[in-house]
Design a binder for this molecule. Structure first.
Ligand SMILES: C[S@@+](CC[C@H](N)C(=O)[O-])C[C@H]1O[C@@H](n2cnc3c(N)ncnc32)[C@H](O)[C@@H]1O
Length: 225
């Protein structure tokens, strides 16, 4: 499946489905991530795979003066972001080849985008490169819940109800079949943490949200003198 074309196709229904299928929790997760990352007014923040711009909206709601840039490789998703009138710079770019100088940003966010990128080490190395020393990366992603009872209910919803509802509303059956598959094939927590540490990040922490359906990974670029 071509990921860029898939997001181009589902862009008109993306926001509605995101809020509906997560029962509105997606907005809370992004907001919580912005607070955890301690985004400040003098920060230079890059949102990788910004899509329709909801992470940038969350940042602006909490810290209106933060300088923000969003990149995504789907033009239709970027157009949807543009329509929201965000006071952010938006650019079409591949997360694997960021069009920025090294040591430029001091915060990087990536919400629900990392899972979709096949060459994960490459994105991490690009994020590391464009972060200033002392800068922090925050990756928000779906994850697999730990509690057994909750896990049964969750997988039933995620594998059967969500793909059908997503297919009906977006008209794109394959995209919403892909969502649970991409979460299933995402590395387990230990491998995920190792992957981020292998990209030279330090202080790597994974915080589960809502019984672990979603998690925030934070990691710092520390340069030893
Ligand atoms: C699930 S959406 C998330 C959008 C947004 N961050 C949010 O919080 O709703 C995933 C986004 O990742 C983008 N994406 C996937 N692979 C990418 C890549 N290699 N480079 C840039 N964007 C990519 C897609 O175009 C899509 O907009």
């Amino acid at each position: 499946m071509n990921i860029r074309e898939m997001f181009d196709d589902i862009s008109p229904a993306y926001d509605l489905l995101n809020h509906l299928l997560s029962f509105g929790r997606d907005k809370k997760w992004r907001k919580r991530a912005v607070y955890t990352l301690e985004v400040k007014e003098n920060d230079f923040l890059l949102d990788i795979a910004c899509g329709t711009g909801d992470m940038l909206l969350a940042v602006k709601a909490i810290s209106p003066l933060t300088f923000t840039v969003g990149i995504d490789f789907s033009l239709n998703m970027l157009h949807a972001a543009q329509k929201k009138g965000l006071p952010s710079q938006l650019a079409a770019a591949d997360a694997c080849a960021l069009p920025f100088n090294s040591n430029y940003f001091n915060k990087i966010t990536m919400a629900f985008g990392f899972r979709n990128i096949p060459d994960k080490p490459r994105v991490l190395s690009e994020a590391y490169r464009v972060l200033k020393p002392g800068g922090v990366l925050g990756i928000l992603e779906f994850s697999k819940p730990e509690n057994t009872l909750f896990s049964v209910l969750y997988w039933f919803y995620f594998k059967y109800i969500l793909p059908s509802a997503g297919a009906v509303i977006s008209g794109h059956r394959e995209a919403y079949r892909y969502l649970p598959e991409s979460v299933t094939s995402f590395p387990n927590n230990d491998d995920y943490l190792d992957m981020v540490r292998s990209a030279e990040f330090s202080n790597v922490i994974l915080t589960p949200y809502d019984f672990g359906i979603c998690s925030l990974l934070t990691a710092e670029k520390v340069i030893c003198p």
